[in-house]
Design a protein around this ligand. Structure first.
Ligand code: NAD
Length: 299
């Protein structure tokens, strides 16, 4: 199965990273966004990534020029899907938006085209029936900052053709990801299946006044060989709005008191005070020089 032309749907935070990484690794990429504003943002991202790759990632000027030559942008879905081999969908994490997108896409995409979703919390089986090609539909999930956090979690639904699954695993390698095959549908793939309960456990310790954020992070970091930061520092990086949204989502889904208590804690102590984590300069810690990076923190 040849993959030459790739379409990225949604030129936002993740879509722009995936488009850049895919074009940089030799594929022809078209970025499709429903809005001109979305494409403008994507082009801005690509200029930033070009500087980053030149300054910090050892890319040469000619590689950057070739990457731009392989990139194009459109708001016209019918033109975008013309002769496309693979689509990576990164439209907003909203069921109705994704549903509308797949319904429209199914009516214009060539039969050969493989569809993948980068959805973080929804499952391929939520949309498979709308794609008109359930056998060629699966998830290819990236982590933010995809060139450093370069995992590509590949997860099908029950009707995904194993040959298509294997081809997407190979594609993930071809664009510089470490492919992580997942053999059964799982909310949160592997990464978030591990990370979310870990962060929830830290949240419970805080909500129940068991220990301070610093003690929790110190205990974890020291015990893990001083090679990793602690859960409160991780929450700052993810951002308090996302932590809150995830807690609220699960509080509503499962009617869970513990999720609700953690969500309220984050809202009252951080969001209501304008402390959104690293992005706003303060969360559990103050940035850009958080104390957990100081040599004495773990002494
Ligand atoms: P974003 O809001 O930054 O970008 C979404 C883009 O989609 C915008 O440019 C918007 O104009 C465009 N869009 C809106 N409606 C559209 C439509 N109907 N058709 C085409 N384009 C449309 O979102 P994001 O953070 O890049 O997230 C996109 C997807 O990636 C989500 O499913 C999310 O779960 C997933 N994801 C995000 C992250 C992250 O850290 N941001 C990490 C992993 C996965």
């Amino acid at each position: 199965m040849k993959i030459t032309n790739v379409m990225i749907a949604g030129g936002g935070t993740l879509g722009s990273q995936i488009a850049w990484q895919t074009a940089f690794n030799g594929f022809k990429v078209i970025v499709y966004d429903a809005f001109d504003e979305g494409l403008k943002r994507s082009k801005n991202f690509h200029n930033q990534f070009a500087s980053l790759f030149l300054k910090e990632r050892g890319a040469g000027q000619s590689e950057i020029e070739e990457t731009f030559d392989r990139l194009s942008y459109t708001t016209n879905l019918t033109n975008a899907v013309n002769d496309v081999d693979l689509i990576i969908e990164a439209v907003p994490e909203n069921f109705e938006i994704k549903k509308g997108f797949y319904t429209k896409l199914a009516s214009v995409a060539p039969v050969k085209t493989i569809f993948t979703t980068n959805s973080s919390t929804l499952l391929p089986s939520d949309f498979a029936a709308l794609t008109g090609r359930p056998d060629k539909f699966l998830a290819l999930h990236f982590a933010n900052n995809i060139w450093d956090a370069n995992v590509g979690e590949v997860m099908g639904h029950e009707g995904t053709d194993p040959k298509i699954f294997d081809r997407v695993v190979k594609f993930a390698s071809e664009i510089g990801m470490v492919p992580i095959p997942i053999y059964k549908e799982q909310n949160g793939y592997i990464l978030n299946s591990l990370l979310v309960p870990f962060l929830d456990a830290a949240g419970d310790l805080l909500v129940n006044d068991v220990a301070t954020p610093e003690s929790i992070d110190k205990c974890w970091s020291i015990s893990m060989g001083r090679t990793t930061i602690g859960p409160c520092a991780i929450m700052d990086i993810i951002g308090m709005r996302t932590i809150y949204q995830i807690s609220m989502l699960w509080a509503e889904k499962t009617n869970s008191e513990a999720h609700l208590k953690r969500a309220q804690y984050i809202k009252e102590n951080f969001i209501d005070k304008g402390k959104f984590g690293v992005e706003s300069g303060e969360g559990f810690y103050k940035y850009p020089n958080p104390i957990y990076q100081e040599p004495d923190f773990l002494k």
